[in-house]
Design a protein around this ligand. Structure first.
Ligand SMILES: Nc1nc2c(ncn2[C@@H]2O[C@H](COP(=O)(O)OP(=O)(O)OP(=O)(O)O)[C@@H](O)[C@H]2O)c(=O)[nH]1
Ligand SMILES: [K+]
Ligand SMILES: [Mg+2]
Length: 332
């Protein structure tokens, strides 16, 4: 019998190597991210890569339906709104953006049916680029999936949205960044996923030699790059698995328990009320009632706004000329 003894590297060596890899990879990602962000900037010719479909935003919030062809996006629009969008068993039935309105708790939520996208959409395959550009304008994204198909579809869609700078179910990293004549890096927490050297080098590669950076959470290198690029969209997302009429109960049970997930059957009209309830929760709308002095407000007619809205937003919700002549508001 022979015994092979493997020579193990001392642990500090591996740690050093990982650190060096992190550093070089961080710098490389920073350069690529800037290059891609420039590609996505709207140009004057050919409408630009960053232009979505020409559909007016209306109502209190916009919800976009993103998914592969034939997962049931149009069927959902037709079931949840008064708008009919053609659905059929062949792929790419829908070729443009079709808006409908969900009325719920006094709010009017615009639901946008969109063409199906395929892998490579963000690079311009099919109408993909227009679809993902439209997704960027949404207050909530519904990633619609066919429950009978493989789990891979979800990851592929996430990659396409990520490539155009959409960050799903994430909040903006708590980093404050200011250009200045002098400055430095300040942090209120220890950094365990990246380090100051990497951050300094990335700043230098962006020619940002003088700036003030205040880091208030344990960010990754990627998150730091997102802050620098500055145009990332942080959008909440629900994963909607359709066609649960065609899968086993066990599988449905498993899917339904995942985070940010709702299971439905458009065909059988199953769980659609619950989906609308979840959309409402995710949008986190606040209702504002206006009233005359000494009178009670009309509780049937609220103005719905995203959380964090200002009095000016309320004015704009009533009439676009109101804010200019507005003097004061009493707010309860
Ligand atoms: N079994 C089953 N089939 C469904 C369900 N919902 C939709 N379908 C079928 O799926 C097919 C595609 O539906 P569409 O609504 O056209 O899908 P889409 O996502 O809008 O497709 P594109 O516009 O081509 O991207 C149609 O044949 C529908 O009848 C469902 O809940 N269960
Ligand atoms: K279809
Ligand atoms: Mg469709």
């Amino acid at each position: 019998m022979t015994l092979t003894l493997k020579r193990l590297r001392p642990p500090h060596h591996t740690a050093q190597k990982n650190k060096a890899t992190e550093y070089h990879l961080g710098l490389l990602k920073a350069k690529l991210a800037r290059y891609r962000a420039q590609l996505l900037e709207p140009t004057t010719k050919s409408g630009g890569a960053g232009t979505g479909f020409d559909v007016q935003k209306s109502g209190d919030a916009r919800v976009a339906l993103i998914g592969f062809p034939s997962v049931g996006k149009s069927t959902l629009l037709s079931k949840c709104t008064h708008t009919q969008s053609e659905s059929a068993a062949y792929e790419f039935t829908t070729l443009t953006a079709i808006p409908g309105v969900i009325e719920h708790q006094g709010a009017r939520i615009q639901l946008l049916d969109l063409p199906g996208i395929v892998e490579g959409a963000s690079e311009g395959r099919g109408r993909g680029r227009q679809v993902v550009a439209t997704a960027k304008t949404a207050d909530l994204i519904l990633i619609m999936l066919d429950a009978t198909k493989s789990e891979e579809q979800r990851r592929l869609l996430e990659i396409e949205l990520d490539a155009v700078g959409i960050r799903l179910n994430k909040k903006r990293p708590d980093v404050v960044f200011k250009r200045k004549t002098t400055g430095g890096i300040n942090k209120t927490v220890p950094l365990t996923k990246t380090d100051e050297k990497t951050i300094r080098t990335i700043l230098a590669s962006y020619k940002l030699h003088n700036c003030d950076v205040m880091i208030r959470e344990d960010i990754t290198t990627d998150e730091f790059i997102d802050v620098l690029i500055g145009t990332r969209k942080y959008i909440p997302c629900l994963y909607v698995y359709n066609k649960i009429d065609a899968i086993s109960l066990e599988r449905m049970d498993q899917l339904a328990r995942e985070d940010h997930t709702v299971v439905i059957s458009c065909e059988l009209g199953l769980n659609l009320d619950y989906l609308i309830e979840r959309i409402w929760e995710e949008l986190d709308l606040v209702k504002v009632y206006t009233k005359k002095r000494g009178a009670h407000p009309d509780l049937a007619d609220p103005i719905c706004l995203r959380k964090g809205a200002t009095v000016e937003n309320v004015c704009n919700g009533i009439h676009r000329s109101l804010a200019a002549n507005f003097r004061y508001a009493l707010v309860w």
